[in-house]
Design a protein around this ligand. Sequence first.
Ligand SMILES: [Zn+2]
Length: 235
Amino acid sequence: MNRILRVALPLALTLATASASGSTCYGTPARGRLHGGVPLPAQGQNYVPYSTLGVTLGRTYVHQTARDIVVEAYEATRVSMPEKRFMYGETGLATGGPFKPHRTHQSGVSVDFMVPVIDRAHKSVLLPTSMQNKFGYALEFDASGSLDDLRIDFEAMAEHLYQLAGAAKKRQVKIRTVIFQKELTELLFQTKRGNALRASMPFMKATPWIKHDEHYHVEFSLPCRPLGEHGTASN
Ligand SMILES: [Zn+2]
């Protein structure tokens, strides 16, 4: 191999790997950055964002692989549960970094999902998010998963988590952690997908710093570069 090829080939391979996803994450969810972040779709056939304002403000960016996983899982859930409606929450900024009021979401690998809910008639409806309830984040469900006329749709949520894990696995990605209220997670385990989730989904055991009853936080285990390298990347 001549000298130019010896230098150029590894570089070309590196570029090919990088462009396969288009995004590069740096550091950790608690202290990280994102290069080439992409927004989650502003709307899908069976899902919506928590807030159009949040979308406009650029608060729904993720690593492209995370986006692909989220989109594929929604599609799979549409096939298995066509009548269900879903909503995603905040994910992060286009360039990652500090994302108040969240403590993590800094490297494009964290996604908040608002709980799917059913009304009294057991119809799948969307969470009533508004500025008054902090776009859903201030809603409080009780220990049985109820809030006024709404109840968390545990079957739909379990199916969604199951499909997220499947879509991640296809890309050799693992779900690193899921944060959801403990007593509600027990109810999730009583669903059709409950045993599968209990066996393989890494629910955080520690009590989180804020109540996770109206949303579940999912973190993907994507290979990120050390944060120090970020200075060399343009964004
Ligand atoms: Zn979160």
